[in-house]
Design a protein around this ligand. Structure first.
Ligand code: PMP
Length: 355
């Protein structure tokens, strides 16, 4: 979370704009929260340049909830193609099996999820209701640097992307996307809010079993207020959208500024790792995530010492995901360049004293 956002939320916590109420105490149907929610949507639309024929839905259930909610709304019970590039897309494909024929069109599983299969090699079904991919695999640290142009591949299917862990870190090409979903808890705000951005023409085909509260048509028609939305999370995400819109970097603003900053942060860390005989990153250079950098000490017997020293230096949450091991630096939007410089400084020092 950007510190400025936390400070503002703290300052407004007991009394939002002189209303005599904190946001958590407001009715979601009152005019105050209505204004907060509308502003959050407007700021997000401006930030991500969301075209008007897309709905912005503020939902709950997280990324894993969407693994069921998307097929219930979009699959029509037919074929759906999945591109497997890491644990999150693999989870999505498994969950979808309950609602449709979820096929694997491409997979990088044989390479331990360290590269991305080229779009031209995907085995797409002609009649897929949609094609799903995870545009940034948080655990394996692989990121699509460009979204596939399915139409150019001869496919008429809309593209669904799980952009949970890199939303707002780079622009989205909405010409190539039918639906994007993501939990807010990495780049946008507190856990509890799930963002869905969906093209109007994809709504209205939910399976009969789809819960009303998860039916995109109903959620859209009720402006995300069919049931009580996660009000506090929407409010804090809204503050983050404002903060993001105000960011500038090298003459750029908003997401373009964040992208420039994120490229510089990622380059600093990857360049250091690649130049060091002590550490390694195993992801193909052109598929590396700007947000999640998994890395290994070549001598893994030093892992515990590395983590203990890092904690002492104030560098937290560096232990890799249990399915991959090693280390992982998640350098989300709110992490400043100085944070990555501090990490690289510590890594250099640890290497010099242990090599
Ligand atoms: N997709 C991706 C890419 C993720 O990183 C995560 C969470 N780490 C999820 C889905 C699952 O999200 P949630 O815990 O919000 O269900």
């Amino acid at each position: 979370m950007p510190e400025a956002v936390l400070q503002r939320a703290a300052a407004e916590m007991l009394d939002w704009h002189g209303s005599g109420m904190g946001v958590m105490e407001m009715s979601h149907r009152g005019k105050e929260f209505g204004a907060i929610c509308a502003q959050a949507e407007a700021d997000l639309r401006a930030l991500l340049a969301v075209p008007e024929y897309f709905h912005v839905l503020f939902m709950q259930g997280g990324g894993l909830g969407e693994n069921a909610i998307v097929p219930m709304n979009l699959s029509r019970g037919g074929n759906v193609d999945f591109v497997i590039t890491g644990s999150w897309s693999a989870k999505s494909q498994k969950e979808a099996q309950r609602y449709c024929q979820s096929r694997i069109a491409a997979s990088n599983a044989d390479g331990q999820h360290t590269w991305l299969p080229a779009a031209a090699s995907w085995q797409l079904s002609g009649d897929a209701s949609y094609v799903h991919l995870c545009s940034n695999e948080t655990i394996h640290g692989v990121e699509f640097q460009e979204l596939p142009d399915l139409a150019a591949l001869g496919s008429k299917s809309p593209l669904v992307i799980d952009f949970s862990s890199h939303v707002a870190s780079r622009p989205v090409d909405w010409n190539r996307v039918g639906l994007a979903f993501g939990g807010a808890q990495k780049n946008l705000g507190p856990a509890g809010l799930t963002l869905v951005i969906v093209r109007e023409d994809l709504l209205g085909h939910a399976l009969e079993i789809c819960p009303s509260a998860f039916n995109y048509r109903i959620v859209a028609d009720n402006k995300s207020m069919y049931n009580t939305p996660p009000t506090w999370a929407i409010y804090v995400a809204g503050l983050t959208f404002q903060w993001l819109r105000q960011q500038t970097e090298g003459g750029l603003t908003g997401v373009a500024a964040m992208e420039k900053r994120n490229i510089a942060k990622a380059r600093l860390l990857y360049d250091f790792i690649d130049a060091s005989p002590f550490y390694e990153n195993r992801v193909a250079a052109d598929c590396r995530s700007r947000m999640n950098v998994p890395f290994f000490l070549k001598d893994e017997s030093r892992n515990e010492a590395f983590l203990a020293g890092a904690r002492e230096a104030g560098l937290l949450q560096l232990k890799g995901h249990k399915s991959v091991g090693g280390m992982r630096a998640s350098i989300y939007n709110a992490m400043p360049l100085e944070g990555v410089q501090a990490l690289v400084g510590y890594m250099r020092e640890f290497e010099q004293s242990h090599a």
